[in-house]
Design a protein around this ligand. Structure first.
Ligand SMILES: Nc1ncnc2c1ncn2[C@@H]1O[C@H](COP(=O)(O)OP(=O)(O)OP(=O)(O)O)[C@@H](O)[C@H]1O
Ligand SMILES: [Mg+2]
Length: 350
């Protein structure tokens, strides 16, 4: 059984008429600025290596212009790399023949766009099955599939509405239903939720997480919002100027930001929703706590449960319920508070 992993290896993209000519110089340190000023080429991606586990959500984050769209478009080869590999199930997408590529795009990948990209003169149902129409699937069959996905994204009853009769959140649900209809394993979502109001955006994150529980797609989700990244991402890769500056789980990034760029992102985050009990617990003592919680519980939930139950300490267990540690409220609260940065300490000392 294939694992459906995506592996991006040593990927470079240099935009311009003769990108290949500058690969060696970029490899030996020519900067993005110099490449642009001296040679009129744009460094889109530099030596990207990211493992995206099949059945998981990998989030790619970074500021505008950092290369997020360039990266995701390599996965279905809307952009040709200047060097490197994009492996899916061990096959390099960059070496597929035109026919293989067409089959791969059609059956293995689906995209969800920020601007929804719905056809205005088609109804919700017709938009949802657009891809199936193009593949020549008979209408009776495609409509059945379409209705099923429309229901699954919570739009039952809106099948014959037109896009302009729907709110942004509802239009993005159609975008998602359309992407799911072709049964592709890989879901590519480029800032899919960035145009939505904050509350609707959180709703749509929930829709995706619920679907993912059952569907286990290989999702690549781009965002410039760290809260969204932390909520959705099994793993997160952060880009700056076309390079990966850090990758890991949300917790790893929040607890050990690799540099000031990432610290700046991480500063505002609600740590209590990211850090897990098993990260901060002390050794199991065998004490008779009246509450036991799994190690995967985030601190905010643990603190709430403990406060409600008026308990100041808990036993932490593994998934099978075996005690693996112990935590008290004091530990939990200190871990939820952002540590003072170097600069704050300096300021305080002045
Ligand atoms: N076709 C192109 N030709 C030349 N340069 C390009 C091209 N496409 C992208 N770039 C450049 O590559 C870099 C990365 O762009 P990209 O669109 O991938 O960024 P992004 O992270 O998706 O930004 P945003 O958050 O604004 O969508 C930028 O410097 C951009 O100007
Ligand atoms: Mg982009």
């Amino acid at each position: 059984m294939a694992s459906h992993d995506i592996d991006i290896r040593n990927l470079y993209k240099i935009f311009g008429p003769n990108g290949t000519a500058f690969i060696d110089q970029v490899k030996s340190g020519l900067s993005k600025a110099d490449l642009n000023e001296k040679h009129g080429h744009v460094l889109g991606l530099k030596d990207i290596n990211i493992h995206m586990p099949g059945g998981g959500i990998t989030v790619v984050m970074g500021l505008s212009g950092s290369g997020k769209s360039t990266l995701i478009r390599h996965i279905n080869r809307l952009i040709e790399p200047t060097a490197g590999e994009v492996l899916y199930d061990g096959v390099d997408v960059c070496r597929m023949s035109p026919l293989e590529l067409r089959e791969f795009r059609r059956h293995k990948t689906a995209m969800v766009f920020q601007k929804f990209a719905l056809l205005p003169h088609r109804t919700v149902l017709e938009n949802t099955i657009y891809g199936l129409d193009i593949q020549g699937i008979p209408r009776a069959k495609s409509e059945e599939t379409g209705r099923r996905w429309i229901a699954r994204v919570g739009l039952s009853g809106f099948e014959s509405h037109y896009p302009n009769q729907l709110s942004g959140g509802m239009q993005q649900r159609v975008g998602l239903a359309r992407a799911l209809s072709n049964d592709a394993d890989i879901l590519l979502m480029d800032e899919a939720y960035s145009a939505l109001d904050p509350l609707i955006r959180v709703d749509m994150q929930t829709v995706l997480l619920d679907l993912q529980q059952e569907l286990k797609k290989t999702v690549v989700f781009i965002t410039h919002d760290l809260d969204e990244a932390l909520r959705l991402g099994d793993r997160i890769a952060i880009l700056r100027d076309g390079e990966v500056v850090q990758q890991g789980t949300g917790q790893e990034i929040v607890l050990q930001p690799a540099d000031d760029y990432i610290s700046a992102f991480v500063k505002e985050v609600n740590r209590g929703r990211v850090i897990r009990l098993d990260t901060i617990m002390g050794p199991a003592t065998g004490a008779g706590d009246s509450i036991a919680l799994p190690g995967s519980t985030v601190l905010e939930s643990a603190a709430r449960i403990m406060t409600d139950a008026r308990q100041s300490s808990i036993t932490v267990t593994d998934d099978a319920g075996t005690p693996i540690g112990r935590a008290d409220l004091q530990q939990i609260i200190s871990a939820m508070v952002t540590p003072k940065s170097h600069d704050d300490n300096k300021l305080a000392a002045e």
